[in-house]
Structures are given as structure tokens and as C-alpha cells.
Design a binder for this molecule. Structure first.
Ligand code: NAP
Ligand code: 8YV
Length: 313
């Protein structure tokens, strides 16, 4: 029987599909190697696939001349140098759609938790302030508010459809209009000025870097709420901190950050008007399992010479 094809596992992802991968193929684990360069030299002739949740750059691809596919754990593939892969004839895959509902649920949860100050309210009860200080000050409603969506792709649509059930008035900004029952606004600044709540769910690309900047945050305004479940790089975090500190922006609910897992001290200190999540929007057992299975199915399709399930390039 021929040896199972060699797969290099890079980065940490859900242990259940990871074990499935290890049970199916001859796998080597990059992080386990005492000498990563020696590992790469050893597997160079046989390694044909990478299953990754970490940076995959051109140097790594160059070290593995028989690499055919990089299967990325996650729909966002900003950690993979796709241009370099394409140049080398290496396929890249991701895990779209299976996480749409999960991420949309968390976006809505963050919007509610931030606007209704649910974390602060929880602390208010636990620390006895309800007794010592009386009723907690009021919060901002969500239903019927004007929602601006930055991004109206697979996940953005699920978020918008949920928010429609909250009787929100929904508009969105993307480079090209989509076939959705919401109003397209070609100008992000104008969208922010017309919104009470802005939800960002765009990929991390050079074009989206700091697309949410001081003017956008100021346009959202002192009562405005920013929710980010896309990529941290889309928000100028320094500008965000400054706007939250001096009241040019009302509040923020963030699942993603510029320098994960490090979060700037200023955001951590803001317990009154900021809600933080550890990049957890897709992090349920069911969804992470589905993402892992899709990653494995892409690798299997590649080895079988069949069309890939979700090719990126
Ligand atoms: P998608 O279907 O490709 O949608 C991306 C949307 O962003 C599209 O509507 C696209 O429209 C818009 N967009 C892209 N570049 C833009 C730009 N420069 N200006 C304005 N709009 C732009 O992707 P998806 O599956 O919804 O996922 C979106 C992203 O969410 C992923 O790439 C990932 O980074 C992030 N994500 C985060 C989590 C989490 O755990 N927090 C989980 C899953 C995904 P146009 O192309 O017309 O501009
Ligand atoms: C990933 C995500 O799993 O799919 C994406 O793009 O951001 C998440 O679903 C993330 O990389 C996990 O940390």
C-alpha cells in the first residue's frame, strides 16, 4: 500500500478535525519541531499539502517544492501569501459559508451587549451596585435603529437578515452593489454619517486596512456604535481609542484586533463603553468542526485529483 500523502500542519486549530487529519494522512506538525528548518528539509521531497491556521509565506512555500495545496482553516485567508502561491502553481483553499450563521449570531450578540451595556450591567448586579447605587442608568435601544454594514458578502447578508428582524433600517457599503434588499451606499463616510450602528465584516486586505478611520468614526458620532467581526486591520485602532476616549464615538464591540492576541491597554481599560471578544465569532464546537472538515475535504479532493471544494486562487 502506498504511504499516505504527507501533510504539514501549521498553527493551532480545533483538535477534533486536527486529529481526523492526523488519522488520515502522514502528518508532521510544524510547531512540534525542535528545529523547524530541519523538519522542512526532511519533508521537502514528500510534503504535498499544508493544513494551516498560521502565516504561510513565500519562504515556506520555497522550502517545500512539491507542495500542491495550502488548505487554510478559516474563510479569511489573509495569513496566506496567495499571490506567491499562485505564482508557484500552489492551490489555496478556505472555509466559506459553514461559519456564516455563527459569526452573524455573535455580531448581533455584540451589538446587543454593547448598546444595552450587558457586561456593565452584569457587573452592576454582581458588585452590589444595584443595592448601593439604585437602578443602573439607562442604555441605548437597538430595534429600529439605522444600521450601516461595511461588507455585504456571505456573512454580511446573514447579519443584515438578522438585524432586519430587529426592525432596523439597513444600508451597506461595498465596492460593488449586491443583490440584497438593502440600500447600497458607495461612500463609507456618508454611510457612517447616516448610521447609528456600523458593523464591519470585510476581509483583511491592503485596500480595507484602516478603512474605518478618524473621519468615519467621527461621522458615526458620540452616540454611535462600532461593531467589528471582520478583521482588526480594517479599523485604525489608535484612532478608535482616541475617539472613544474623548467621546467622538459612543461605544465599540470588537471580536478582532490589529495585533491579536494582544489588545491595547486603552481598550482593555474601557469597561464602560467597550465590549471585547477573543476572535471568537466562529468558535463553537459545531462550526469549528465543520470548518476543519471542509479543510480536510479540500485536501482530499486535491490528492484525488478532483475539483477543490472552495478554491481561493
Ligand atoms: P465575502 O463573502 O468575501 O464578503 C466580503 C465582503 O466585503 C463583500 O461584500 C465585499 O464586497 C466587501 N469588501 C471587500 N473589500 C472591500 C473594500 N475594499 N471596501 C468595501 N467593501 C469591501 O466574505 P465573508 O465570507 O462574508 O467573510 C468576510 C470576512 O470576515 C472574512 O474575510 C474574515 O476576515 C472575517 N471573518 C471573521 C470571523 C471571526 O471569527 N471574527 C469569522 C469569519 C470571517 P465588494 O467585493 O463588492 O467590495
Ligand atoms: C477563524 C476567522 O477560525 O474564518 C475566519 O476568517 O476569522 C475565524 O473563523 C479564525 O482564524 C480563528 O481564530
Amino acid at each position: 500500500m502506498p504511504a499516505a500523502p504527507e501533510v504539514l500542519i501549521i498553527g493551532d486549530y480545533y483538535h477534533v478535525p486536527r486529529q481526523r487529519l492526523i488519522d488520515t494522512y502522514a502528518c508532521r506538525i510544524y510547531e512540534d519541531a525542535a528545529d523547524p528548518a530541519a523538519l522542512l528539509a526532511e519533508i521537502a521531497p514528500s510534503c504535498r499539502a499544508i493544513a494551516s491556521h498560521a502565516r504561510v509565506d513565500d519562504a515556506l512555500m520555497a522550502a517545500l517544492p512539491n507542495l500542491g495545496v495550502i488548505a487554510n482553516f478559516g474563510v479569511g485567508f489573509d495569513l496566506v501569501d496567495v499571490a506567491a502561491a499562485t505564482k508557484r502553481g500552489i492551490k489555496v483553499t478556505n472555509t466559506p459559508d459553514v461559519l456564516n450563521d455563527e459569526v452573524a449570531d455573535l455580531a448581533v450578540g455584540l451589538m446587543l451587549a454593547t448598546s444595552r451595556q450587558m457586561i456593565k450591567a452584569d457587573a452592576y448586579v454582581r458588585t452590589g451596585r444595584w443595592i448601593s447605587d439604585g437602578n443602573m442608568p439607562f442604555t441605548q435601544r437597538v430595534w429600529g435603529k439605522r444600521l450601516g454594514m461595511l461588507g455585504m458578502g456571505r456573512i454580511g447578508r446573514e447579519i443584515a437578515d438578522r438585524c432586519a428582524a430587529f426592525k432596523m433600517e439597513i444600508a451597506y457599503h461595498t465596492r460593488t452593489p449586491k443583490d440584497v434588499p438593502y440600500r447600497h451606499n458607495p461612500d463609507l463616510l456618508a454611510l457612517a454619517a447616516d448610521s447609528d450602528i456600523l458593523i464591519s465584516v470585510v476581509p483583511g486586505t491592503p485596500e480595507t486596512r484602516h478603512i474605518i478611520n478618524t473621519p468615519v468614526l467621527e461621522a458615526l458620532g458620540p452616540q454611535g456604535v462600532l461593531i467589528n467581526v471582520g478583521r482588526g486591520s480594517a479599523v485604525d485602532e489608535q484612532a478608535l481609542v482616541a475617539c472613544l476616549q474623548d467621546g467622538r464615538l459612543g461605544s465599540a464591540g470588537l471580536d478582532v484586533f490589529e495585533d491579536e492576541p494582544r489588545v491595547t491597554d486603552a481598550l482593555i481599560a474601557m469597561t464602560e463603553n467597550v465590549v471585547l471578544q477573543p476572535h471568537h465569532a466562529s468558535a463553537t464546537h459545531d462550526t469549528r468542526d465543520a470548518m476543519g472538515q471542509m479543510m480536510i475535504d479540500n485536501i482530499a479532493a486535491h490528492f484525488a485529483g478532483q475539483p477543490l471544494i472552495s478554491p481561493v486562487n
